[in-house]
Design a protein around this ligand. Structure first.
Ligand code: HEM
Ligand code: HEM
Length: 183
């Protein structure tokens, strides 16, 4: 069977929905961590709930990705760029899982159970310990910064393909539009 020209529709839908939500989470996170105003009272529960939803969506997305073949990269792409593309996808996936898990674990370690909007309470996934809380709190910030860097690199690579190389890579992830050379 010939390889697909595009990522699976569910992968594409999840990619764009999650891209918007993850970037929003970075800003919500920084916003709530740097204010003591009343905004914290709604930003914090929104951040926790959206973060847990993103963790569940990342699992669905990884499942679809592993079950379906990904479209191949252009044959004329240098080997180092292929390796960099593969490595950057792995980094993005690792961060999509570790950041929300670390967020959840840090609240467990801090002794405040994660309660989602709607009142559902998640189990604790780490032992209560102020030292562990402090380490995970720092790790959450560090990983979020790393994700921001990886996102900027990924955005630059996507625009490089779309505007400079003008190949079909962007179209593999485009919702419906996007140029693709036939033949
Ligand atoms: C993709 C998912 C997530 C992203 C991108 C993200 C990002 C961030 C960022 C950027 C900060 C601010 C860090 C700082 O300025 O020091 C933050 C703080 C925080 N996050 Fe997350 N987060 C995610 C998921 C979660 C989850 C699932 C939870 C909990 C269940 C969570 C709980 C928290 C808490 C409690 C804080 C600290 C708030 C404070 O002390 O002011 N995060 N997050
Ligand atoms: C935080 C935001 C983002 C994350 C976490 C992310 C993550 C990913 C991941 C993991 C893939 C591999 C395919 C998959 O399994 O889904 C991918 C592919 C892709 N992404 Fe993103 N993405 C983000 C934002 C963006 C943005 C803003 C653009 C474009 C402006 C973009 C363009 C693409 C393109 C063209 C592909 C297909 C090419 C490839 O295989 O690398 N992404 N993205």
């Amino acid at each position: 069977m010939s390889p697909p020209h595009k990522f699976h529709p569910l992968s594409r839908a999840l990619h764009w929905t999650m891209a918007v939500a993850i970037v929003a989470m970075l800003f919500i996170g920084v916003g709530m961590a740097s204010t003591v105003s009343g905004a914290r009272t709604f930003l914090l529960p929104a951040h926790r709930s959206l973060g847990v939803v993103l963790l569940a969506l990342a699992a669905v997305r990884l499942g679809v990705r592993l079950a379906r073949r990904a479209p191949p990269l252009p044959e004329d792409m240098p080997a180092w760029q292929r390796r960099a593309a593969g490595a950057s996808q792995i980094v993005l996936y690792v961060l999509m899982f570790t950041i929300p898990i670390v967020g959840w674990a840090m609240l467990s370690a801090g002794g405040s159970p994660v309660t989602l909007l709607g009142g559902v309470q998640l189990p604790s996934i780490a032992p209560q310990s102020p030292a562990l809380y402090a380490a995970l709190r720092r790790a959450h910030t560090f990983l979020a910064l790393l994700l921001f860097g990886a996102f900027l690199q990924h955005l630059a690579a996507a625009l490089f393909h779309l505007l400079i190389r003008r190949d079909d890579v962007f179209a593999t992830m485009a919702p419906r539009w996007g140029r693709r050379r036939d033949g």
